[in-house]
Design a protein around this ligand. Structure first.
Ligand code: ADP
Ligand code: MG
Length: 568
């Protein structure tokens, strides 16, 4: 709530103006029944037609003022909540892009999506409603009670007798409402996650004919949301009839008691009619208050979810640290890391590379190969040990400066639905020669023979390219900006051996001064690397050149022997 208020503060002036308009409109509206009672009890009995006209005209004017004031105020409140939500959503998105990977893992992507969409919508609704009803309901309630007291103190007692009952209903509804709506938002998170998973895996789902299974999974999540929404809605819908029942019971009591009092000459019929109008106004105000509580609880639950993200600490802060010197370009010094902070995913990894050297990383899936690259890119910080680039602790380098020295191809990298050239350029505004040179090194000659060349349009995710063609476009993208450090995560796996070999030769020739880390499944892709790191379960079981490893590392020799038949 504090966070939402922070966003409301700049709008305090306009909100104050709006509330004044609303206040005036509501007060005028409150006076209407009182004027009616004046007409009925004084003007009509005295037969003064002129004063009936004057009071009647005044009533029309006041009613018009009330409507105009309400509409104007509602327009302002709509604009305010729209602007506030706009900024809130913008900041939330910016923050999401700055979250560290560990924080993103903790929030989960689907939950971040629903916070960005439905939670901000709930906050929008809350700000809007609170402005609309926040002034109106209390004024109608308190003003109504004050006016009825002055009109007919005895009948007001009837009204006051129903208030505790109504208060109890409001309290019951709003406390249960918050709980039910919080649960609904959580169910929505699940729904978003299921749809996202299905979208991402649509090809696999179709290939394995798992459409029905997926549909069932989705239906389950969908039913969950509907069920919780229904429970919350049911509760809210019970409110109105119950309130109406109480209202009408109260009205009946007032009419009966009023009839006796008129008969006894204690009061006049006009007063009773005005009183009935006020009674209705007061009960409506109570219902507004209850609706306000619902909106508030829904908005507050969502506001809390948004604030959690906005107030998440900036984890990846840089620590100034003097350069340590040394001729190493990249150095891992006894690095350990765990994603979940339970079990290490990497244990005590050390290696170092001089400028222009190549490190090969090989090992079974899940052994931590990609994790090493993620740490080097500082998507995560290591739990123990130090990673340094150019002798400087990674944590002392500005993230933007850090990312500009890397060229990266990830395991599941993506291409945009855009021209091939634009996919290689990637918004960096590189000259055409660089794109072409990068494509040549990446062995992506197929681009030239394709209709349209560099201008050829790709389908979303590059679906109109083969796996190997995709990898080569991605390679060209990584090479185009002439990076200091090149990270390739299993990015030549779809190339045939001949093209793979040509790629390695071209890399060695055109990117002599680039330090390379190459993750591969095939020994042939890395055997010429200066050093090779063999990983198993996050531990280094071998580190050295191909020849050394063939002599000393059993795991490496085993992989080599399995692949030997294909390679040599
Ligand atoms: P490789 O690239 O060698 O196949 P990874 O480095 O991707 O392996 O993964 C190493 C281990 O870390 C695996 O056990 C995997 O389950 C785990 N892991 C990878 N990414 C995450 C993540 N974002 N959150 C939690 N665990 C992860
Ligand atoms: Mg991997």
């Amino acid at each position: 709530m504090k966070t939402v208020l922070r966003y409301l503060r700049p709008k305090a002036g306009i909100i104050a103006v709006e509330m004044c308009i609303k206040l005036a409109g509501t007060v005028v509206e409150l006076l209407l029944p009182w004027m009616l009672s004046v007409i009925l009890d004084e003007a009509v009995p005295s037969g003064d037609f002129h004063s009936v006209l004057v009071w009647g005209g005044l009533m029309v004017l006041c009613a018009a003022l009330a409507v105009v004031g309400n509409v104007a105020a509602n327009r302002i409140s709509c604009a305010t909540s729209r602007d506030v939500t706009h900024r809130l959503r913008g900041d939330l998105f910016a923050k999401v892009t700055r979250l560290s990977c560990a924080q993103e893992d903790a929030f989960t992507t689907p939950s971040l999506i629903s916070r960005l969409t439905s939670d901000t919508y709930n906050v929008n609704q809350m700000i809007d409603r609170m402005q609309r009803l926040g002034v109106r309901a209390p004024i109608l309630l308190l003003g109504g009670i004050a006016l009825t007291l002055s009109l007919e103190p005895v009948l007001t007692l009837v009204l006051i007798a129903t208030l505790p009952l109504l208060g109890a209903v409001v309290w019951f509804v709003s406390t249960r409402g918050v709980r039910l709506y919080t649960r609904t938002q959580a169910a929505l998170d699940v729904l978003v996650r299921r749809s996202q998973e299905s979208m991402a895996g649509i090809r696999v789902i179709q290939a394995l004919s798992k459409g029905e299974y997926e549909k069932a999974r989705f239906d389950e999540a969908n039913a969950q949301v509907v069920d919780r929404e229904r429970r919350a809605g049911l509760l809210m819908n019970v409110t109105n009839p119950v309130m109406n029942l109480l209202l009408n019971a109260g009205l009946t009591a007032v009419v009966v008691a009023g009839a006796f009092r008129v008969n006894a000459g204690h009061t006049q019929p006009g007063t009773i009619i005005a009183f009935l109008s006020y009674f209705t106004i007061i009960l409506n105000a109570l219902m507004m208050v209850s609706r306000m509580f619902v909106m508030y609880s829904k908005g507050a639950a969502s506001g809390r979810r948004i604030a959690e993200v906005l107030n998440a600490p900036e984890e990846l802060q840089s620590r100034p640290q003097p350069a340590a010197g040394g001729e190493e370009h990249i150095r891992f010094d006894h690095v350990s890391f765990s994603y979940g902070k339970v079990e290490d995913n990497l244990t005590d990894i050390s290696f170092s590379l001089r400028r222009g050297e190549t490190l090969g990383i090989i090992g079974p899936t899940g052994s931590g190969k990609s994790t090493i690259l993620q740490l080097l890119l500082r998507f995560y910080d290591p739990d123990n040990g130090v990673i340094s680039v150019d002798g400087k602790d990674l944590r002392s380098v500005e993230p933007a400066a850090l990312h500009s020295i890397f060229g990266v191809v990830f395991q599941n990298d993506f291409l945009y639905a855009d021209e091939i050239g634009a996919n290689i350029d990637f918004g960096r505004g590189l000259p055409q020669e660089r794109l072409e040179a990068a494509a040549r090194t990446a062995q992506a000659d197929f681009i030239n023979t394709r209709a349209g060349g560099f201008g050829a349009e790709l389908s979303p995710k590059g679906a109109n390219l083969s796996g190997g063609q995709k990898q080569r476009v991605l390679l060209a993208r990584a090479l185009a900006a002439d990076p200091d450090i090149l990270l390739l995560d299993d990015s030549s796996s779809a190339l045939d051996y001949k093209t793979d070999a040509a790629l390695r030769r071209a890399l060695a020739r055109d990117f002599k001064d680039t330090t390379k880390i190459i993750v591969a499944q095939r020994i042939s892709s890395i055997r010429s690397a200066d050093r090779i790191l063999v990983l198993e379960d996050g531990r280094a079981v071998g580190y050295g050149s191909h020849d050394e490893l063939m002599r000393t590392c059993g795991s490496y020799r085993e992989i080599a022997e399995i692949q030997m038949g294909e390679v040599e």
